[in-house]
Design a protein around this ligand. Structure first.
Ligand SMILES: [Fe+2]
Length: 287
């Protein structure tokens, strides 16, 4: 495994692609609640603005800092980093609110790096990868069931993750398009087996305004290594989650605050060379 800082990681490319996904509504994979009425807008936006006004009052914010804040906001727009910033610093709270009224497998944030239109595969599947794809061979296997225990035939596992250097295909120059991404259809018993490479921890892009703010505040820009998953089946609520790895040095300092104890894998050797494997089942609630 290579732990990689991304000091000059092409924040512009990542931002542009994430912004395009968000603009198409593709970053919002959870159920819509409809348009807000004016009372709701006044309540929520009013509370948010009052939080900022309180910070100004309580911490005696002056014009120099106010102007720096304006320039930073303009930079976030110019670099397309709104999805990155919002998904790193706010999405986990939205996810926790949503989780309060959900059953089934534990979820966490979607993040800004999902892409539509990836390889459609059938279990057992190997994710698209380069001939010499670096990293530890890793197998994720399991079963998708309903909350009543019924195996869900035709369930799909949409999986995406970084390569061994912490890069996402589609958001960095290095990995080819579609690398280590795929939508795997389970068998008739809802079972899946996916061969890939173990991902690596990564920093959010450090050359854009989100990374610069993070470093300026002295916060860790690291995310622990993780798999992203969207687990779906007809008639059931899609579970959006991530799976992490035991022993990861960034498990307790995830910049995106997305880790949860029951989302941590403990892969074991399969006896097939360096290959390791984790089994993890998913439970989906009826819609
Ligand atoms: Fe990620």
């Amino acid at each position: 495994m290579t732990t990689t800082e991304h000091p000059g990681s092409g924040a512009g490319l990542a931002g542009a692609n994430a912004t395009e996904s968000a603009r198409q509504g593709l970053s919002s994979r959870r159920a819509a609640t409809g348009a807000a009425d004016s009372e709701r807008i006044a309540t929520v936006v009013g509370a948010a603005l009052e939080g900022i006004r309180a910070a100004i009052r309580d911490h005696r914010v002056g014009y120099a800092e106010f102007d720096a804040f304006k320039r930073w906001l303009i930079d976030v727009s110019d670099t397309g980093e709104w999805p990155l910033f919002l998904d790193v610093y706010l999405e986990f709270e939205v996810e926790r609110v949503a989780a309060d009224s959900q059953s089934g497998s534990t979820g966490t944030i979607l993040g800004p790096f999902w892409l539509d239109g990836q390889a459609q595969l059938t279990s057992p599947a190997t994710l698209p990868m380069r001939d010499d794809e670096p990293g530890t061979p890793f197998v994720l296997a399991g079963q998708v069931r309903g909350t009543d225990g019924t195996p869900l035939a035709g369930a799909t596992v949409d999986i995406w993750h970084t390569d061994d250097e912490g890069w996402y295909s589609g958001f960095a120059e290095k990995p080819p398009a579609g690398n280590l991404r795929g939508v795997v259809t389970c068998d008739d018993e809802g079972r899946f087996e996916i061969r890939t490479r173990k991902p690596a921890p990564y920093t959010i892009p450090l050359d854009g305004p989100t990374g610069k703010l993070t470093l300026a505040a002295g916060w860790s820009p690291w995310r622990p290594a993780h798999l992203h998953l969207l687990v779906a089946a007809p008639g059931h609520r899609t579970v959006t989650t991530q799976l992490f790895f035991t022993g990861d040095e960034y498990l307790d300092s995830d910049v995106a605050s997305a880790t949860k104890p029951d989302l941590v894998l403990d892969p074991q050797p399969t006896g097939n060379g360096a290959e390791i494997r984790s089994d993890y089942d998913f439970v989906l609630e009826p819609e």
